[in-house]
Design a protein around this ligand. Structure first.
Ligand SMILES: C[S@@+](CC[C@H](N)C(=O)[O-])C[C@H]1O[C@@H](n2cnc3c(N)ncnc32)[C@H](O)[C@@H]1O
Length: 304
């Protein structure tokens, strides 16, 4: 019997050419299909977000705040703030004389952030590419693990540059895909194969972002947006899944594309997928099977 696909964030493949967009659809970028896909993904994983993979998001947020170094009295903007992990830590640093604002397009994440942060931290439903702030407003902009997910990363960096004062700082973290493990390569190849056979269409943002986390690529992106003195550092953590089922559960929280494909697998298809994954992993040998990395590049720069 056919297995049903129920993922609300995924669209059916279009069999007829799409009609020209109506006025609501040309509103940019929150009305795009990709933005809706992201919103649905974060809606699904919000509750597990902070503790996913032994709390890697908490550790990344703490490191980003270290890199940004907000000082008492400063005004900080966190772009793609998610559940507010960076904002919470930053608000302790800037204190009551400072100000912290988080912006994001995922309403459920913003809700979590607003509920647990002190009232002086504000959260706004605003896209990174069209900030609603005046020029030269902030002392610090942070962007944690958000750049490759944005509809227009270069435009978002230019917006960050616009709202920062001259001499102010930006701190960004991005996953460095070049440092992932052989087990992740095996999984990605299987996932690509699954996508080719799946009726689910995964919306993707324009352009190739696969190399954004490589230090020289990230530094170039920041320099192109007008930042100087760019310094990069690396943080690598990782672990090993106990087997294929744990691996699939874990990777469902690793990003919108893998979630869209894996969350709709019916039991039979999932069993077959896990059997193939196990076979390919075991072929890697006991050291490499089911091993994953979370390699993140941190970049800091000064607004000229
Ligand atoms: C991997 S999460 C990182 C969240 C948070 N910065 C952290 O460190 O935990 C990426 C975030 O970027 C947000 N995002 C994606 N596209 C966006 C856009 N165009 N404008 C603002 N936020 C966006 C997502 O909704 C999500 O909260």
């Amino acid at each position: 019997m056919a297995e049903s696909f129920t993922y609300t964030g995924a669209q059916a493949r279009e069999s007829t050419p799409p009609a020209p967009p109506g006025p609501a659809e040309v509103e940019w970028p929150s009305a795009t299909r990709y933005a809706r896909h992201l919103d649905a993904y974060y809606e699904a994983i919000t509750d597990a977000y902070d503790d996913w993979s032994s709390g890697i998001h908490r550790r990344l947020a703490a490191r980003l705040v270290e890199v940004a170094g907000p000082l008492p009295g400063e005004r900080l903007l966190d772009v793609g703030c998610g559940t507010g992990l960076v904002c919470l830590l930053a608000s302790e640093r800037v204190g009551s004389s400072g100000e912290v604002i988080g912006v994001d397009i995922a309403r459920r994440l913003l809700g979590v952030a607003a509920r647990r942060a002190p009232a002086r931290v504000r959260f706004l439903h605003v896209p990174a590419e069209a900030l609603v702030f005046s020029d030269l407003t902030f002392d610090v902009v942070t962007m944690g693990d958000a750049l490759p997910y944005l509809s227009d990363p270069s435009r978002a960096l230019r917006e960050a540059h616009r709202v920062l004062r001259r001499g102010a700082r930006i701190a960004v973290s991005v996953l460095d895909r070049a440092l992932t493990t052989p087990a992740e390569d095996v999984f990605r190849a299987l996932l690509a194969d699954l996508e080719r056979r799946s009726p689910v269409m995964v919306p993707r943002p324009p352009g190739d972002r696969a190399r954004f986390g490589e230090p020289e690529v990230l530094a170039r992106l920041l320099r192109a947006a007008g930042f100087a003195g760019v310094v990069t550092t690396l943080m690598v953590t990782g672990g090993r899944a106990r087997g294929a089922s744990d691996w699939v559960d874990l990777m469902m929280g690793a990003g919108p594309s893998s979630h869209a494909l894996l969350s709709v697998l019916g039991p039979d298809i999932r069993r077959r997928f896990e059997a193939e994954l196990t076979e390919r992993m075991l072929a890697l040998g006991p050291d490499e099977a089911f091993r994953y990395h979370h390699p993140f590049t941190f970049a800091a720069g000064i607004r000229e």
